[in-house]
Design a protein around this ligand. Structure first.
Ligand SMILES: Nc1nc2c(ncn2[C@@H]2O[C@H](COP(=O)(O)OP(=O)(O)O)[C@@H](O)[C@H]2O)c(=O)[nH]1
Ligand SMILES: [Mg+2]
Length: 331
C-alpha cells in the first residue's frame, strides 16, 4: 500500500472513531470492498474494539427480525445505549428489494446520531461473509457503539455463521410457520443463546415456545468446548415477544445482558478464543488463496488443482506442494 493510502486509512479511522458518521460509512464501504484501506484502518482500530456487545439475530424470513431489531433499538436508546445495526441482505445488491422495507422502517432513526444502520450484501464475498461482517462489527465497536445488532436470515449456512460469530446469538421464530421451518429449526437452535418466539399476539405462541423448550431439553447437555461451533454452555432461554408492540422487549434486552454477563466470565474466554481463532483462520485462508492465485503462482496452482480433479494427484500431496511453493518464495 502506498504511503498516501496509509495516510488516508489513518485519517478515516481517526475520524470514524471521533464520531464522524460519514467517515464511518466510508470505512464500512472499504471493509465491504475489502480494500487495502480497510485493512490498514482495521489494524489501527482493533485495539479500541472489544467493548461492544455483539448480538446476532437470525431466523426464518418473516419471523419479525427487522421489527425486533427496531424494537430493540428503541429499548436500548431508552436505556441510554448507542446502537449500530448491520443488516445482511440475502438478495443481490442490485435487486435488494427486501432491504427497502427495512430501510423505511429504520428511517425513524435517520437523525439520531446514536443509532447507526448499515446494510451489507451477502453475495459476492469470495472468502465468505463472516470475515467481512466481523470486520464491520470491529469498526463499529471501535467507533464506540454499545450494542451492535447483526441481522441475518437464518436460511443459508454463511448467514447462520455470521450470527453465530456474535457474543450472543438470538434465534427468532414465529408461531406456526410451517413444516419447512421446523426442519430449519433444529439446525438453527444449535447456535442459539436466546430463542425468541415473536408475534406473541398470534395464537400458538405459547405452544411454539413450549415445543422449542422441549426440543432444547431433548438436545444433549451443552458441554463447553464440545462443539465445533464453539462452546455454548448454557441452555438458551426461550422468550415470547411481540415486536410490533414492544411487548417482551425489555425482557429480551435483559436476557441479552444476562447472557453477556455469562459470556464475560468463565466460559467466555473459551468462546472468545474460538471466535478469534475462526477470524484469524479465515484471514489466513484468504491470504493463502490470494498468494496461490497471484501472477507468480496462478498457472502452477491451477494445473495442480486440475491434477487433483483428474485424480492424478491426491489432495494431500497437492496441499503440501502448494505450501512448499510458498515456502520456497519466502526462503
Ligand atoms: N402480528 C405480528 N406481526 C409482526 C410482529 N413482528 C413483526 N410482524 C410482521 O411480520 C412481518 C415480517 O416482519 P419483518 O420484521 O420484516 O421480518 P424479518 O423478515 O424476519 O425481518 C411484517 O409484516 C411485520 O409487520 C409481531 O410481533 N406481531
Ligand atoms: Mg428483515
Amino acid at each position: 500500500m502506498t504511503a498516501d493510502a496509509g495516510a488516508k486509512a489513518a485519517a478515516l479511522a481517526d475520524a470514524a472513531v471521533a464520531g464522524d458518521r460519514l467517515a464511518l460509512a466510508r470505512l464500512l464501504t472499504a471493509v465491504e470492498n475489502r480494500s487495502p484501506i480497510a485493512e490498514a484502518a482495521l489494524r489501527s482500530l482493533f485495539p479500541m474494539a472489544g467493548r461492544a456487545h455483539l448480538v446476532g439475530i437470525t431466523g426464518p424470513p418473516g419471523s419479525g427480525k427487522s421489527t425486533l431489531v427496531a424494537a430493540l433499538i428503541a429499548e436500548a436508546r431508552r436505556a441510554g445505549r448507542t446502537v449500530a445495526v448491520i443488516a445482511v441482505d440475502p438478495s443481490s445488491p442490485i435487486t435488494g428489494g427486501a432491504l427497502l422495507g427495512d430501510r423505511v422502517r429504520m428511517q425513524a432513526y435517520a437523525d439520531d446520531g446514536d443509532v447507526f444502520i448499515r446494510s451489507m450484501a451477502s453475495r459476492g464475498h469470495a472468502g465468505g461473509l463472516a470475515p467481512t461482517s466481523a470486520a464491520a462489527a470491529a469498526v463499529l465497536d471501535a467507533a464506540g457503539f454499545d450494542l451492535i445488532l447483526i441481522e441475518t436470515v437464518g436460511t443459508g449456512q454463511s448467514e447462520v455463521e455470521v450470527a453465530a460469530a456474535a457474543d450472543t446469538t438470538v434465534v427468532v421464530e414465529a408461531p406456526e410457520m410451517g413444516d419447512e421451518v421446523q426442519a430449519i429449526k433444529a439446525g438453527l437452535l444449535e447456535v442459539a443463546d436466546v430463542v425468541v418466539v415473536n408475534k406473541g399476539d398470534k395464537p400458538g405462541a405459547q405452544r411454539t415456545a413450549s415445543q422449542l423448550r422441549a426440543m432444547l431439553v431433548a438436545t444433549a447437555p451443552r458441554d463447553a468446548g464440545a462443539s465445533s461451533s464453539g462452546p455454548r454452555p448454557k441452555r438458551p432461554e426461550v422468550l415470547i415477544t411481540t415486536a410490533a408492540t414492544g411487548d417482551g422487549i425489555p425482557e429480551l434486552l435483559a436476557a441479552l445482558d444476562r447472557h453477556r454477563g455469562l459470556d464475560r466470565v468463565g466460559e467466555s474466554t473459551a468462546a472468545r478464543h474460538t471466535r478469534a481463532e475462526a477470524h484469524v483462520w479465515a484471514i489466513l485462508a484468504e491470504r493463502l488463496r490470494e498468494r496461490l492465485h497471484d501472477d507468480a503462482h496462478a498457472t502452477a496452482t491451477m494445473a495442480l488443482l486440475d491434477e487433483v480433479a483428474d485424480h492424478r494427484t491426491d489432495p494431500y500431496t497437492a496441499a503440501d506442494l502448494l505450501l512448499g511453493a510458498l515456502r520456497s518464495d519466502d526462503a
